[in-house]
Ligand binder design. Structure first.
Ligand code: FE2
Ligand code: FE2
Length: 527
């Protein structure tokens, strides 16, 4: 056990020598002061466990010294010594904070016994304080882990989960930075997402600290990363950052497989990550593992759902070479309008799938009608106009997740008009949902600006089958706002039109066609 440091404050030389001898013979380190001020000066630069002080001292007396010391160092133990013939009550001295009290004259044995008792009492108190502190830090750690588990498991979106984990772990670990990587075992890479950046960052497995932890599953805890030969200092140089302490751990799924890596950088206060930090990060990374795996599975399901719907949508468009890409473009336009109108993420998802599938009912239209090169007879027009109802019937047989249950209705009303003259239900603007109104505008705009087999009509005038000049298509949207189209939707569409045109410049739209329009609409956005 570490031996105690003891300060003896005594003015009387012979008593002082007697005590110093006893203390050193017991193996303790001994400091000596002649009076209270001398003692206080020594305490500025020296830490002591016990002060043995005479009460009668020149200037500041022993009781005043004890009160001054306990104010700033309440853990210091005291033994007070009363002078020859002086009468101090035991209660008064103990009540003032002393651990024990001796009256002069005393024998060396009596002194040693008191010393032993006070020191063992102090050790007990010290141990209690240490245990209480450990208990408090354990409670704090448990609370952090529990709070993190609750927060993380309710977040399924991978992008948001990444940011959530990074924020929570940085705070809980009192670090400057946190990096989170997911392992792509197929491509032998680790990848991460950085806030505000759409692109993933990918690094080879085995490279650098995180790559190494991903590959081997080991834990790396190092005071200074620059001491590691495999640490890449380029990132620090490029970002004017200095990586010092690093703690990096593997993240495992419930089956024990390594799925990612978490790395905390630079313990705040210039310290290193202690064993206690390692234990905390291990507990946190178990929560991270569960949340991350859930969200990755959810993402995979979403991707597979999305790609099936897109494939289905493209199949419908592909029945006619001239409509190829129509649903995809309507989706792009609809989403741009939806974002412009600040639709929620859920509403944008409904809009996306309704747009991709709005013409799926055309599957049920006979080839003679669907593929006809020329104007429709009224019979053929009637058949063609049944496609929104067919869309609704087909989509009602889909099992959409609850958040997407408005897709069939939204898609089925893409040919309704706000004045109630559309089909199939003749709904008015008040009865249509916003998604259907957006689809109506996006759908007509794409039909007008794409090549078709049948001629287009404008103000009763029969036009050719070529894409209508953009300016004319825009004028139709403007003119029909309030009768065919919703006014707010048209205004939002016109605001994001430059973006829509640039998206398809040189792809669906010839460059010259787009540039001519941009010159009028937004000259500053010309490429
Ligand atoms: Fe349609
Ligand atoms: Fe359409």
């Amino acid at each position: 056990m570490e031996l105690e440091r003891i300060l003896i404050v005594e003015n009387d030389v012979s008593d002082r020598d007697k005590m110093v001898e006893a203390v050193t013979s017991m193996g303790h380190k001994c400091l000596v002061a002649r009076d209270g001020l001398d003692a206080l000066e020594l305490l500025v630069t020296n830490r002591v466990d016990l002060i043995i002080s005479s009460i009668n001292l020149p200037g500041m007396d022993g009781l005043a010294l004890m009160s001054r010391v306990l104010e700033v160092m309440p853990e210091t133990a005291f033994i007070m010594i009363a002078g020859y013939g002086r009468d101090y009550s035991y209660e008064k001295v103990i009540g003032a904070g002393a651990g024990d009290f001796i009256k002069k004259p005393f024998t060396t044995q009596e002194f040693k016994n008191k010393l032993k008792r006070v020191l063992s009492q102090r050790r007990l108190e010290e141990e209690n304080r240490r245990l209480l502190k450990a208990q408090a830090s354990l409670n704090e750690r448990l609370a952090t882990i529990l709070a993190m588990a609750t927060d993380l498991t309710s977040e399924l979106d991978v992008d948001r989960l990444f940011q959530l984990i990074i924020g929570k772990v940085t705070e809980a670990m009192a670090a400057e930075r946190t990096s989170l990587y997911v392992i792509d075992w197929d491509n032998e890479e680790i990848w991460t997402k950085v806030a505000e950046q759409v692109e993933q960052i990918r690094l080879p497995l085995g490279e650098g600290i995180s790559g190494r932890v991903a590959k081997t599953g080991e834990t790396i805890n190092i005071p200074d990363a620059w001491d590691l030969p495999y640490f890449n200092r380029d990132f620090d140089r490029r970002h004017n950052f200095r990586t010092r302490s690093v703690l990096c751990l593997p993240i495992r799924n419930q089956q024990g497989g390594t799925i990612g890596v978490i790395q905390v950088i630079n313990k705040k206060g210039g310290e290193i990550f202690a064993l206690e930090d390692e234990a905390l990060l291990k507990s946190l990374s178990a929560q991270v593992g569960i949340a991350l795996e859930n969200s990755l599975l959810h993402e995979e399901l979403k991707l597979s759902f999305d790609s099936s719907i897109r494939a289905l949508s493209a199949t419908v468009d592909a029945r006619h070479p001239l409509t190829a890409g129509h649903s995809q473009r309507v989706t792009e336009y609809a989403l741009m309008i939806g974002e412009e109108l600040n639709l929620s993420e859920d509403d944008l998802e409904v809009l996306k799938y309704a747009a991709l599938l709005h013409d799926i009912g055309k599957i049920g239209i006979r080839d003679e009608v669907l593929l006809k090169n020329g104007s429709f007879t009224s019979e053929e027009r009637r058949e063609m106009n049944t496609h929104p109802e067919k869309t609704k019937k087909i989509l009602e047989n889909f099992h959409f997740p609850r958040s997407l249950n408005r897709v069939p209705e939204t898609a089925a009303h893409h040919h309704e008009k706000v004045n109630g003259e559309g089909y199939p239900d003749g709904l008015t603007g008040d009865e249509m949902n916003l998604g259907s109104k957006i689809l109506a505008a996006a759908d007509v705009f794409d039909a007008l600006t794409s090549r078709r087999d049948y001629p287009k009509y404008c103000n009763g005038e029969k036009m050719d089958c070529e894409p209508m000049p953009l300016e004319r298509a825009v004028n139709i949207l403007k003119k029909d706002a309030g009768s065919h189209f919703d006014v707010d939707v048209v205004e939002a569409f016109l605001r994001c039109l430059p973006r829509a045109l640039l998206h398809y410049r040189g792809n669906h739209f010839p460059e010259e066609y787009v540039d001519q329009m941009l010159r009028q609409l937004a000259p500053d956005r010309l490429p």
